[in-house]
Design a protein around this ligand. Structure first.
Ligand SMILES: Cc1cc2nc3c(=O)[nH]c(=O)nc-3n(C[C@H](O)[C@H](O)[C@H](O)COP(=O)(O)O)c2cc1C
Ligand code: SF4
Length: 410
């Protein structure tokens, strides 16, 4: 990928009459099976955080016989530090629309929903107009380009809960129920929206799918490295000179280059202490360990994850306890409260951190470890399971500095 070439980023394109819908036309020509095969061959992994292979998800859903299936585009984007989906919804909404159409066609859904974070007023406004224009141009609700495929698309505005980004909570929210996660299995592809097979995909994943099926952009799938294909939108924030949205090719740039070249290094003469690589539900990477290629597998090997692509640079000017308290407060506020370990555990962690005074007392690390493991093992959804990742990684790496007592097994 040349430094000037972008696939997901690009000039704002809002006029439907200027958009060629080449990817969906190509998919309709190829048929469902070959479309899914192309996505499988591309090794596309979901960009919403979990990294599940998109082609496999589509294939499983396509193979289920049902009267009705749904496609849901997840634009909740609640992970702190993430703003890539907002960019795509505001600047590239026709690509998002095409991605939704492609996925719906491939899995056999004729109804789709797009769920957009409630605070994203501009994105909601832009996308509502796109749906209106697509209906007027008979791109929605009518058989498309003389095929047997037509799609109804509705926009749902989120109500501001982080847990609603979790796919099962999001389905409850669309159904008008309280945003709480469902017990899995059954997974959404078996029993999702209104108990029907449902594919949930992230906004960026669907834009990648549109890129993969674009006959004029076939190189997208060959970008990157084995196990991490294509490009990734990164949301750089924190103590960087050049925060913002960047698109990088997997495996061809190191985390160090992302921080010091793309991000322009650390501002105000402070040294970098660590990087939170994928939003606050991921474990930190220390400043002296950034020299590795940006890919799913490299983060996994280091016990972290690239998550949603929110790369947060944290310099030494921040107080570690403050940072932990901030994250802990977020999870305490955002837990949906359905399961006891997540609801009560996050409250207890917050209480322990609040009472900690480095100069006079010590944190009982074994207690934090115990609560953390209980939440991780017993929580119903990813919110609880990942709620302690950042805090335990701070304790693991900086326990001595914080004068934290006890052995840590996290
Ligand atoms: C608490 C929580 C919040 C989440 N927030 C989002 C989100 O804002 N956007 C998103 O696409 N996925 C989010 N996810 C992941 C979704 O559950 C799901 O895996 C994803 O939408 C699937 O799409 P993908 O396979 O294209 O990544 C969240 C998961 C959890 C547990
Ligand atoms: S893990 Fe937390 S957020 Fe998820 S269902 Fe349980 S209480 Fe709710």
């Amino acid at each position: 990928m040349s430094k000037e070439k972008f696939y997901l980023k690009g000039d704002q394109l809002l006029d439907i009459s200027d958009y060629n819908f080449k990817s969906i036309k190509n998919a309709l020509k190829l048929g469902r099976e070959k479309t899914i095969q192309k996505i499988k061959d591309s090794e596309l992994k979901g960009r919403g955080g979990a990294g599940f292979p998109t082609g496999i998800k589509w294939e499983m859903a396509a193979n289920i016989e049902a009267q009705e299936k749904f496609l849901v585009c997840n634009g909740d984007e609640g992970e702190p530090g993430t703003f890539k989906d907002r960019y795509l919804l505001e600047e590239r909404p026709l690509k998002v629309l095409e991605g939704i159409m492609l996925a719906a066609y491939a899995v056999g859904a004729d109804k789709a929903y797009i769920y957009i974070r409630g605070e994203y007023s501009k994105a909601i406004d832009v996308f509502s107009k796109i749906i209106e224009a697509a209906e007027k141009e008979k791109i929605l609700n009518e058989y498309l380009f003389n095929s047997d495929f037509k799609l109804e698309l509705k926009l749902v505005r989120g109500a501001g809960a982080y847990v609603c980004g979790d796919e099962t909570s999001l389905l409850n929210s669309i159904e008008g129920k309280r945003g709480r996660s469902r017990i899995k299995p059954p997974y959404p592809i078996e029993k999702g929206l209104y108990n029907q097979p449902t594919v949930v995909n992230n906004v960026e994943s669907l834009c990648c799918a549109a890129e993969i099926l674009n006959p004029e952009s076939e190189e997208f799938s060959s970008l990157g490295i084995e196990g991490s294909r294509g490009t990734k939108l990164l949301c750089l924030s924190g103590d960087l000179n050049k925060p913002g949205l960047y698109e990088v090719e997997f495996g061809k740039i190191t985390l160090k280059e992302i921080i010091y070249e793309l991000g322009g290094g650390i501002k105000t003469n402070a040294d970098l202490r660590f990087v939170v690589p994928g939003g606050i539900s991921t474990s930190l990477i220390k400043a002296d360990s950034l020299d590795f290629p940006y890919s799913y597998q490299e983060f996994e090997e280091r016990g972290s994850s690239l998550g949603s692509g929110a790369v947060i640079a944290v310099s030494k000017k921040h107080d570690l306890l403050d940072l932990m308290l901030n994250v802990s407060r977020f999870y305490m506020d955002e837990t949906c409260g359905t399961c006891f370990p997540c609801r009560e555990g996050n409250r207890q962690i917050n209480k322990i951190l609040k009472s900690f005074k480095p100069e006079s007392n010590k944190i009982n690390a074994e207690l934090i470890n115990d609560i953390g493991n209980t939440i991780r093992l017993a929580a119903r959804c990813g919110l609880g399971q990942s709620s302690l990742n950042f805090i335990t990684s701070v304790i693991q790496n900086y326990g001595e500095e914080l004068r934290i007592g006890g052995k840590i097994y996290v």
